[in-house]
Write a protein that binds this ligand. Sequence first.
Ligand code: HEC
Length: 180
Amino acid sequence: MDSFEFNKIAGAVLGTLLFVTGLGILSEGIFYVPRPKVPGYDLPAEQAPAAGSAQAATTPAEPLPVLLAKADPKKGETDAKVCQTCHNFEKGGGIKTGPDLYGVVDRPKASFPGFSYSDALKSKGGNWSFEDLDAFINSPRGYANGTKMTFPGEKDPHKRADILAYLDKLSDNPAPLPKP
Ligand code: HEC
């Protein structure tokens, strides 16, 4: 290899090195990443459980009569707003997507005149007790698989009790709440 050829190769190598170094300096300018004061990444802190949630998960819900004794029909009226997209609450209000719920407590199931109930609900039989209403509102499909009520359910037992206490008031003679 003569010296001329050596120079050519050395030049090429040097040139490449210079180019790469320049690129590094340039890109550092473009992609500026501030150095953290403390090296390392933040790990998500372990979340403290929200007050009451752990308890709610471990203690079983109180029996329905106890919940009903503490229930607030005023709150129930607010929580039952969602039902009104499909149900009338007034006497003689008539059918919407679902049957009128005036006087539903203690009414024979699937009995509102003129409403075409699902077979799932028609096959239940008996009157709407607080227990059955509670189970149905908790999980319509769980209670009556195949029901037409496409409402996912109200999972909070306290809210359900409030709603039931309110529904009970929608009557000419409200049924007495069960004694705890
Ligand atoms: C998306 C519409 C929709 C919503 C929201 C809805 N329902 Fe219904 N509900 C229906 C339909 C439809 C039926 C008839 C079910 C069947 O035939 O299977 C029904 C049936 C019922 C029945 C049985 C009535 C009877 O005459 O036997 C009760 C009780 C009831 N709903 C309560 C509620 C309550 C309480 C809420 C609110 C927490 C609610 N529903 C929300 C559509 C709805």
